[in-house]
Design a protein around this ligand. Structure first.
Ligand code: ZN
Length: 506
């Protein structure tokens, strides 16, 4: 490897080490920190984050990138370099620009405003008082516009923000995908509404946390999660975190009268962990930006694929159902596999995104995408948000939120200035079903393999097509390479139609 490139990798590894130390402090805070320890922990985290920022913005990185021919306009660098080397330079340049283009005082103002805005949001949500949160939201919108103008002054502000989470996508490209999706989901929802509702009462029987923990552990093993490289803990909100190349941990939570919650959240987080553990574009670039996920949406596609396409299928449970019934200790007594399958796939429009089923989930995301685009463009005033939210909710899901806590105040994202993040959630589902269709085309027997318990066949395909390259490809390039075509919502719609015809019998 050329000397400049080797030095760049060395600096990147130093930054990565600090980032992993920060992740460890964060993981510990969520899983086992005694409550009195929080004060010093915030200081520890602030110090580590400052260190990481210093390492990410070192002028030496800028000099090396320039010497290697990588500029903002031509991030791939000198044509004489190898493909992997150029892919690395592209992601290194992108991240360096992101970290250095924001003036220090804007970063500081963002940090202060975000912390105030988040606590104002939590209190406003508790009291369902949008007016109390509105000035903070206005501030976050204004700061986000300033961020966008620093990062890409010549581009539409929302496009710049979207690009932070889903590199290469634009408001127009996402809108085009969402508009056909929205129409198709409306048709499917009407078909479902015309059928008798599924009865899932049995799934709400009490199942002690200790049994649910056994279930989670079993499923992690079944799906091929190498336990020497990860672990499971409990937290208020489930998540996956990477603390090292061989240390990727997940968490779950146990709701006593609804065990499917932990069951599917464990499968979901296992999907995220399998992705992180499978990234390996080139040992020479281990623990650098190249060995990170391609995007938020690609990450989400991996969790959703295992959770929904594999975990909520009838075939997955055929040979495992007896074991499931026994591990839940009487919870599923008298419940046939077919009823379990229908119960965990029940569709019902609801007010809260995080509780939504597979069919209505994307509609929640489309609502947020449309409204945040207008907030950032300045065509929707913050004071008019509740009214616009409620009108969209009626239009898309046929529901009227009784208060703002169950309406526009429900999610934390906007209070943190994370505009452009929401689309990743829905795009993740679309990528998942497109990967699934390509996998089925290349391994026609894949459903029989899953039924027989050979999940390694699924993992092997994902490893090769999605996991291994890490950030070497932009999400759009990755999906083309793995499936032969650009992102297309029709795969998702076809998958949903097939599944829900079986669940609802139409
Ligand atoms: Zn996820």
């Amino acid at each position: 490897m050329n000397k400049d490139l080797a030095r760049l990798v060395e600096l990147d590894r130093g930054r990565c080490l600090v980032a992993h130390i920060g992740a460890l402090l964060g993981w510990d805070q969520e899983t086992c920190l005694p409550s009195a320890g929080i004060e010093e922990r915030s200081e520890q985290l602030a110090l580590v984050q400052t260190l990481e920022h210093e390492k990410a913005t070192s002028p030496e990185i800028g000099d090396l990138l320039t010497r290697l021919g990588s500029t903002t306009e031509n991030p791939l660098g000198a044509a004489a370099l190898g493909t992997t080397e150029r892919a690395y330079l592209r992601v290194a340049r992108r991240e360096y620009d992101k970290a250095t283009k924001l003036p220090g005082e804007l970063v500081a103002e963002l940090a202060r405003a975000t912390s105030l805005s988040q606590s104002a949001w939590a209190e406003a949500r508790r009291r369902s008082d949008f007016a109390a949160f509105a000035p903070h939201l206005s501030k976050m919108v204004e700061l986000s516009r300033r961020v966008a103008s620093c990062l890409g002054p010549e581009r539409r502000p929302y496009d710049v923000l979207l690009d932070l989470y889903e590199p290469g996508s634009t408001e127009d490209s996402v809108a085009a995908v969402f508009s056909s999706l929205r129409a198709d989901l409306g048709i499917l929802l009407d078909k479902i509404r015309g059928r008798p509702q599924v009865d899932d009462a049995a799934l709400h029987r009490s199942c002690p946390a200790v049994r649910q923990a056994e279930l989670s552990s079993w499923l992690m093993d079944v799906l091929g999660y190498d336990r020497s490289r990860g672990r499971l803990d409990t937290t208020a909100h489930p998540f996956t975190t990477t603390l090292g190349r061989d240390d990727v941990r997940i968490t779950t939570r146990y709701i006593e009268n609804y065990f499917p919650s932990s069951l599917f959240s464990t499968i979901h987080e296992t999907g995220h962990a399998l992705y992180e553990l499978g990234i390996d574009p080139d040992p020479a670039f281990a623990r650098t930006r190249l060995s990170e996920a391609a995007s938020m949406a690609v990450h989400e596609s991996q969790s959703r694929l295992w959770e929904n396409l594999v975990g909520r299928s009838l075939g997955f449970w055929k040979l495992k159902y007896e074991r499931l019934v026994s591990l839940t200790g009487g919870c599923l007594e008298g419940v046939r596999l077919d009823d379990f399958f229908r119960g965990v796939n029940k569709v019902e429009p609801s007010l809260i995104r995080t509780e939504a089923d597979e069919v209505t989930y994307a509609l929640h995301v489309i609502l947020r995408f449309e409204l945040e685009g207008r907030l950032i463009a300045g065509t929707l005033a913050v004071k008019d948000l509740p009214e616009a939210w409620n009108a969209k909710m009626k239009e898309l899901l046929g529901l009227a939120p009784p208060d703002d806590a169950r309406g526009c105040l429900q999610d934390i994202h906007w209070s943190m200035g994370s505009f452009g993040y929401f689309p990743s959630y829905a795009l993740g589902n679309l990528y998942a079903s497109q990967f699934w269709a390509a996998m089925k085309a290349s391994i026609p027997s894949i459903e029989q393999e899953i039924e027989a318990g050979n999940h390694a066949a699924v993992l092997a395909w994902l490893r090769e097509q999605v996991h291994t390259p890490g950030a070497a490809y932009l999400p759009g390039e990755l999906v083309e390479r793995a499936t032969g075509s650009a992102l297309d919502a029709r795969h998702f719609v076809a998958y949903l139609n097939g599944k829900y015809a079986a669940v609802y019998g139409f």
